[in-house]
Design a protein around this ligand. Structure first.
Ligand SMILES: Nc1ncnc2c1ncn2[C@@H]1O[C@H](COP(=O)(O)OP(=O)(O)OP(=O)(O)O)[C@@H](O)[C@H]1O
Ligand SMILES: [Mg+2]
Length: 225
């Protein structure tokens, strides 16, 4: 994906200042930077969830998403799987019911739901827990359910905004192993984080935000923050 001139302002206040960058299919990219530097704003922008002053996003076929119709935009959004710090699951429902519900809302048939739910649950190592209630799960299992939900449309890109932010070290590393596995299987991963240990351990491309701009873009991260 090629993001060009992403510019976001609230009134007079600039939040993202003319950000341009390219993320190749299959890359794994961390977004880092101080609180308020613009990571979440950038993520919302590339999800098409912000009214931007200036922007172009070119998909891998070179089509400009800023010119898409609402229907095409919906299709684009389905090529992105999103995971967040807060889980937003239905706590009194099971793992299977939560993923099935997300598919129902999107208009999938019962037949498709019955086929697809076990498929995505096995991708996040949760098949054995499919009848467990969300409130009985560990933080890592809950986040894995969210990742399963993000996989229902088989997205090319997985975008996480601090997906390990509410997890302890063990569960955070489990989520990172899972994201690495999805990456090995061809998904592009874009993840905002404050977790220095994760960034330093995984040695991926690291884009550092500073005051709404890109301060650095390091392909092979090898040193400490
Ligand atoms: N709806 C809004 N209205 C006005 N300003 C906003 C709005 N949303 C975000 N901002 C401002 O935009 C700036 C960037 O915020 P953003 O949430 O993108 O930062 P961040 O890098 O994700 O920070 P954090 O690490 O704390 O999540 C901040 O100064 C924030 O106050
Ligand atoms: Mg943020």
């Amino acid at each position: 994906m090629k993001y060009e001139n992403i510019t976001l302002a609230y009134g007079e206040r600039s939040i993202l200042r003319d950000i341009s960058l390219t993320i190749e299919p299959g890359e794994f990219v961390f977004l880092i930077g101080a609180s308020g530097s613009g990571k979440t704003s950038f993520i919302k922008s590339i999800l098409g969830a912000k009214k931007l002053k200036k922007w172009h996003i070119f998909d891998d076929n070179g089509l400009d998403i800023s010119l898409f119709s609402p229907k095409e935009l919906l299709q684009y959004r389905r090529s992105l799987g999103t995971i967040f710090q807060d889980f937003k699951l239905l706590p009194r429902k099971t793992v299977r019911e939560n993923v099935a519900f997300a598919m129902e809302v999107c208009g999938y048939s019962n037949q498709e739901i019955t086929r697809r739910v076990p498929e995505v649950l096995s991708k996040v190592w949760l098949l054995a827990k499919k009848e467990a209630f969300i409130e009985s799960l560990s933080g890592g299992e809950i986040q894995r359910t969210c990742i399963a939900r993000a996989l229902i449309h088989d997205p090319k890109i997985i975008i996480g905004d601090e997906p390990t932010g509410n997890l302890d070290r063990t569960n955070a590393m489990e989520i990172m192993h899972l994201l690495e596995e999805l990456h090995q299987n061809g998904k592009t991963i874009i993840m905002a984080t404050h977790d220095e240990t994760i960034v330093n351990t995984m040695k991926k491309r690291v884009i550092a935000f500073e005051d709404g701009k890109i301060a650095s873009d390091t392909i092979h991260w090898t040193y400490c923050l």
